[in-house]
Design a protein around this ligand. Structure first.
Ligand SMILES: O=c1[nH]c(=O)c2[nH]c(=O)[nH]c2[nH]1
Length: 280
Protein backbone atom coordinates (compact mmCIF):
# COMPACT_ATOMS: atom_id res chain seq x y z
CA UNK A 1 0.00 0.00 0.00
CA UNK A 2 1.25 3.50 -0.76
CA UNK A 3 2.71 5.63 1.98
CA UNK A 4 0.85 8.78 1.00
CA UNK A 5 2.64 11.35 3.13
CA UNK A 6 5.26 11.38 5.81
CA UNK A 7 7.19 13.85 7.87
CA UNK A 8 8.92 13.69 11.21
CA UNK A 9 10.98 15.74 13.60
CA UNK A 10 11.23 16.94 17.18
CA UNK A 11 8.67 18.98 19.11
CA UNK A 12 8.97 20.73 22.42
CA UNK A 13 12.63 21.62 21.99
CA UNK A 14 13.06 24.32 24.58
CA UNK A 15 16.05 26.60 24.39
CA UNK A 16 17.01 29.83 26.10
CA UNK A 17 19.71 31.99 24.56
CA UNK A 18 21.59 34.79 26.29
CA UNK A 19 23.15 37.39 24.04
CA UNK A 20 25.91 39.28 25.84
CA UNK A 21 26.60 42.77 24.57
CA UNK A 22 28.94 44.23 27.17
CA UNK A 23 26.92 44.76 30.33
CA UNK A 24 23.61 44.54 28.48
CA UNK A 25 22.17 41.10 27.96
CA UNK A 26 19.26 39.90 25.81
CA UNK A 27 17.34 36.72 26.58
CA UNK A 28 15.23 34.71 24.16
CA UNK A 29 13.33 31.61 25.30
CA UNK A 30 11.87 29.53 22.47
CA UNK A 31 9.97 26.29 22.23
CA UNK A 32 10.78 24.86 18.80
CA UNK A 33 9.18 22.19 16.66
CA UNK A 34 11.37 21.12 13.74
CA UNK A 35 9.79 18.84 11.13
CA UNK A 36 11.49 17.51 8.01
CA UNK A 37 10.40 15.80 4.80
CA UNK A 38 12.59 14.01 2.29
CA UNK A 39 14.00 10.61 1.50
CA UNK A 40 12.68 8.86 4.57
CA UNK A 41 9.94 6.58 3.26
CA UNK A 42 11.93 3.35 3.74
CA UNK A 43 12.02 3.89 7.48
CA UNK A 44 8.23 3.54 7.39
CA UNK A 45 7.89 0.90 4.70
CA UNK A 46 10.99 -1.29 5.00
CA UNK A 47 12.26 -0.83 8.53
CA UNK A 48 15.34 0.72 6.92
CA UNK A 49 16.71 3.73 8.85
CA UNK A 50 19.79 4.25 6.68
CA UNK A 51 18.87 7.77 5.53
CA UNK A 52 16.97 8.87 8.60
CA UNK A 53 18.44 11.54 10.88
CA UNK A 54 17.54 10.82 14.52
CA UNK A 55 15.05 13.19 16.08
CA UNK A 56 17.60 13.43 18.89
CA UNK A 57 20.05 14.84 16.35
CA UNK A 58 17.39 17.23 15.05
CA UNK A 59 17.12 18.51 18.64
CA UNK A 60 20.89 18.80 19.00
CA UNK A 61 21.08 20.99 15.88
CA UNK A 62 18.71 23.46 17.57
CA UNK A 63 21.18 23.87 20.44
CA UNK A 64 24.20 24.18 18.13
CA UNK A 65 22.46 26.83 16.00
CA UNK A 66 21.47 28.59 19.24
CA UNK A 67 25.11 28.68 20.38
CA UNK A 68 26.18 30.04 16.99
CA UNK A 69 23.39 32.66 16.81
CA UNK A 70 22.72 34.09 20.24
CA UNK A 71 21.67 37.53 18.96
CA UNK A 72 19.14 36.64 16.29
CA UNK A 73 15.45 37.34 16.80
CA UNK A 74 13.09 34.36 16.61
CA UNK A 75 12.26 34.89 12.92
CA UNK A 76 15.92 34.98 11.86
CA UNK A 77 16.86 32.15 14.21
CA UNK A 78 14.19 29.87 12.70
CA UNK A 79 15.32 30.73 9.16
CA UNK A 80 18.97 29.96 9.99
CA UNK A 81 17.88 26.71 11.64
CA UNK A 82 15.83 25.65 8.60
CA UNK A 83 18.79 26.37 6.35
CA UNK A 84 21.12 24.40 8.61
CA UNK A 85 19.04 21.21 8.22
CA UNK A 86 18.93 21.62 4.42
CA UNK A 87 22.69 22.35 4.19
CA UNK A 88 23.68 19.49 6.47
CA UNK A 89 21.41 16.71 5.21
CA UNK A 90 20.97 16.33 1.42
CA UNK A 91 18.20 13.76 1.98
CA UNK A 92 16.00 16.49 3.50
CA UNK A 93 13.85 18.18 0.85
CA UNK A 94 11.88 20.57 3.03
CA UNK A 95 11.77 21.83 6.58
CA UNK A 96 8.99 23.32 8.70
CA UNK A 97 10.02 25.11 11.89
CA UNK A 98 7.53 26.42 14.43
CA UNK A 99 8.52 28.52 17.41
CA UNK A 100 6.55 29.70 20.45
CA UNK A 101 8.32 32.29 22.53
CA UNK A 102 8.07 32.72 26.28
CA UNK A 103 8.54 36.43 26.42
CA UNK A 104 10.77 37.97 29.08
CA UNK A 105 10.42 41.76 29.13
CA UNK A 106 13.25 43.91 30.37
CA UNK A 107 12.69 45.51 33.78
CA UNK A 108 13.26 49.23 34.26
CA UNK A 109 14.02 51.02 37.48
CA UNK A 110 13.60 54.80 37.86
CA UNK A 111 13.13 55.01 34.09
CA UNK A 112 16.37 53.13 33.38
CA UNK A 113 16.26 49.76 31.56
CA UNK A 114 18.03 47.13 33.64
CA UNK A 115 20.84 45.32 31.76
CA UNK A 116 20.05 41.78 32.86
CA UNK A 117 16.70 41.54 34.70
CA UNK A 118 13.40 40.61 33.14
CA UNK A 119 9.77 39.92 34.01
CA UNK A 120 7.54 37.36 32.34
CA UNK A 121 5.19 38.91 29.80
CA UNK A 122 2.56 36.20 29.99
CA UNK A 123 0.09 37.85 27.61
CA UNK A 124 0.48 35.71 24.51
CA UNK A 125 3.32 33.74 23.06
CA UNK A 126 4.89 35.25 19.94
CA UNK A 127 5.02 32.63 17.19
CA UNK A 128 7.11 32.02 14.07
CA UNK A 129 6.55 29.51 11.29
CA UNK A 130 9.21 28.95 8.64
CA UNK A 131 8.74 26.60 5.69
CA UNK A 132 11.74 26.07 3.46
CA UNK A 133 12.02 23.81 0.41
CA UNK A 134 15.40 22.93 -1.06
CA UNK A 135 16.05 25.24 -4.00
CA UNK A 136 12.51 26.54 -3.79
CA UNK A 137 10.08 28.67 -1.94
CA UNK A 138 10.48 29.79 1.63
CA UNK A 139 7.69 31.30 3.68
CA UNK A 140 7.90 33.19 6.95
CA UNK A 141 4.89 33.80 9.17
CA UNK A 142 4.92 35.60 12.53
CA UNK A 143 2.12 35.86 15.01
CA UNK A 144 0.92 35.57 18.56
CA UNK A 145 -0.93 32.82 20.38
CA UNK A 146 -3.26 33.59 23.29
CA UNK A 147 -3.07 37.38 23.26
CA UNK A 148 -5.87 38.51 25.57
CA UNK A 149 -7.55 41.90 25.52
CA UNK A 150 -10.97 43.33 26.37
CA UNK A 151 -13.08 46.43 26.46
CA UNK A 152 -15.92 47.05 28.89
CA UNK A 153 -18.18 49.03 26.54
CA UNK A 154 -18.38 50.37 22.96
CA UNK A 155 -19.28 46.93 21.64
CA UNK A 156 -22.65 45.56 20.57
CA UNK A 157 -24.50 42.74 18.82
CA UNK A 158 -27.72 43.76 17.07
CA UNK A 159 -29.75 43.20 13.87
CA UNK A 160 -28.82 39.52 13.55
CA UNK A 161 -31.11 36.71 12.38
CA UNK A 162 -34.05 36.23 14.72
CA UNK A 163 -36.08 33.04 14.49
CA UNK A 164 -37.75 30.55 16.82
CA UNK A 165 -34.36 29.31 18.03
CA UNK A 166 -33.03 32.76 18.93
CA UNK A 167 -32.92 33.72 22.60
CA UNK A 168 -29.99 36.18 22.79
CA UNK A 169 -31.17 39.77 23.34
CA UNK A 170 -29.66 42.56 21.25
CA UNK A 171 -27.30 44.95 22.98
CA UNK A 172 -25.40 48.09 22.11
CA UNK A 173 -23.35 48.01 25.29
CA UNK A 174 -21.53 44.82 26.17
CA UNK A 175 -18.11 43.62 27.20
CA UNK A 176 -15.93 42.38 24.35
CA UNK A 177 -13.01 40.15 25.31
CA UNK A 178 -10.89 37.59 23.57
CA UNK A 179 -7.70 35.58 23.62
CA UNK A 180 -6.55 35.97 20.04
CA UNK A 181 -4.47 33.68 17.88
CA UNK A 182 -3.11 35.79 15.03
CA UNK A 183 -0.51 35.36 12.32
CA UNK A 184 0.79 37.49 9.50
CA UNK A 185 2.67 36.48 6.35
CA UNK A 186 5.84 38.39 5.50
CA UNK A 187 6.23 39.46 1.86
CA UNK A 188 9.19 41.77 2.61
CA UNK A 189 11.83 42.05 5.29
CA UNK A 190 11.16 44.79 7.86
CA UNK A 191 13.95 46.72 9.58
CA UNK A 192 13.26 44.73 12.74
CA UNK A 193 10.89 41.79 13.13
CA UNK A 194 10.28 42.33 16.87
CA UNK A 195 9.63 46.07 16.45
CA UNK A 196 7.32 45.50 13.48
CA UNK A 197 5.45 42.71 15.29
CA UNK A 198 4.95 45.22 18.11
CA UNK A 199 3.62 47.79 15.63
CA UNK A 200 1.11 45.28 14.27
CA UNK A 201 -0.17 44.49 17.76
CA UNK A 202 -0.33 48.19 18.73
CA UNK A 203 -2.28 48.91 15.55
CA UNK A 204 -4.88 46.17 16.03
CA UNK A 205 -5.30 47.08 19.70
CA UNK A 206 -5.86 50.74 18.85
CA UNK A 207 -8.61 49.90 16.34
CA UNK A 208 -10.21 47.46 18.79
CA UNK A 209 -10.10 49.96 21.65
CA UNK A 210 -11.01 53.23 20.00
CA UNK A 211 -13.80 52.29 17.58
CA UNK A 212 -17.33 51.01 18.23
CA UNK A 213 -17.63 47.30 17.45
CA UNK A 214 -20.83 46.09 15.74
CA UNK A 215 -19.54 42.52 16.12
CA UNK A 216 -16.27 40.71 16.68
CA UNK A 217 -16.36 40.11 12.91
CA UNK A 218 -16.57 43.87 12.29
CA UNK A 219 -13.66 44.62 14.65
CA UNK A 220 -11.42 41.87 13.27
CA UNK A 221 -11.85 42.97 9.68
CA UNK A 222 -11.01 46.59 10.50
CA UNK A 223 -8.09 45.51 12.74
CA UNK A 224 -6.71 43.49 9.81
CA UNK A 225 -7.17 46.38 7.37
CA UNK A 226 -5.31 48.72 9.73
CA UNK A 227 -2.42 46.28 10.26
CA UNK A 228 -1.98 45.89 6.49
CA UNK A 229 -2.05 49.67 6.04
CA UNK A 230 0.51 50.18 8.84
CA UNK A 231 2.99 47.51 7.75
CA UNK A 232 3.70 47.21 4.02
CA UNK A 233 5.97 44.17 4.57
CA UNK A 234 3.05 41.83 5.35
CA UNK A 235 0.74 40.43 2.67
CA UNK A 236 -2.05 39.08 4.86
CA UNK A 237 -3.11 38.71 8.46
CA UNK A 238 -5.23 35.97 10.01
CA UNK A 239 -7.02 36.27 13.33
CA UNK A 240 -8.92 33.66 15.31
CA UNK A 241 -10.79 34.95 18.34
CA UNK A 242 -12.95 33.29 20.94
CA UNK A 243 -15.75 35.67 21.95
CA UNK A 244 -15.43 35.31 25.72
CA UNK A 245 -18.94 35.69 27.08
CA UNK A 246 -19.91 37.51 30.27
CA UNK A 247 -23.38 36.62 31.50
CA UNK A 248 -25.26 39.35 33.41
CA UNK A 249 -26.00 38.13 36.96
CA UNK A 250 -29.60 38.10 38.11
CA UNK A 251 -29.60 40.09 41.35
CA UNK A 252 -33.40 40.37 41.70
CA UNK A 253 -33.35 38.01 44.73
CA UNK A 254 -31.51 40.80 46.54
CA UNK A 255 -33.89 43.51 45.37
CA UNK A 256 -31.19 44.86 43.06
CA UNK A 257 -31.17 45.55 39.36
CA UNK A 258 -27.98 44.66 37.52
CA UNK A 259 -27.38 48.01 35.78
CA UNK A 260 -25.10 46.10 33.31
CA UNK A 261 -22.48 46.06 36.09
CA UNK A 262 -22.08 42.49 37.40
CA UNK A 263 -21.30 39.44 35.25
CA UNK A 264 -20.35 35.80 35.36
CA UNK A 265 -17.22 35.33 33.21
CA UNK A 266 -17.50 32.10 31.19
CA UNK A 267 -15.03 30.19 29.06
CA UNK A 268 -17.33 27.75 27.33
CA UNK A 269 -19.23 27.60 25.15
CA UNK A 270 -17.74 30.56 23.34
CA UNK A 271 -18.24 32.16 19.96
CA UNK A 272 -15.29 31.63 17.65
CA UNK A 273 -14.72 34.27 15.00
CA UNK A 274 -11.96 33.87 12.41
CA UNK A 275 -10.88 35.73 9.30
CA UNK A 276 -7.94 36.42 7.02
CA UNK A 277 -7.53 39.89 5.51
CA UNK A 278 -5.21 40.38 2.54
CA UNK A 279 -4.25 42.93 -0.05
CA UNK A 280 -6.51 43.34 -3.12
O1 LIG B 1 -19.72 39.61 17.84
C1 LIG B 1 -20.53 38.67 17.78
N1 LIG B 1 -20.61 37.92 16.66
C2 LIG B 1 -21.48 36.87 16.52
O2 LIG B 1 -21.53 36.20 15.44
C3 LIG B 1 -22.30 36.58 17.64
N2 LIG B 1 -23.24 35.63 17.88
C4 LIG B 1 -23.67 35.81 19.15
O3 LIG B 1 -24.54 35.08 19.72
N3 LIG B 1 -23.06 36.87 19.73
C5 LIG B 1 -22.18 37.37 18.80
N4 LIG B 1 -21.31 38.39 18.86
Amino acid sequence: MPLIKNRYGKGGVRVLRIHRDGDRQEVSQLNIKAMVEGDFARTYTHGDNATTVSTDTIKNVVNVVARENTGLCAEEFCQVLANKYLETYPQISSVAITSHETKWSRLSFHGKPHPHSFVLDANGKPTVEVSMTRGGASTLVSGIDGFAFMKSTQSGWENYVKDRYTTIPPTADRICATSMVASWVWSGKPGSYPATNGRILDTVLEVFSTTYSKSVQDSLYRMGEAALAAVPEISEISMACPNMHFIPMNLSAFGLDNNNDVFLPTDEPHGQIECTVGRG
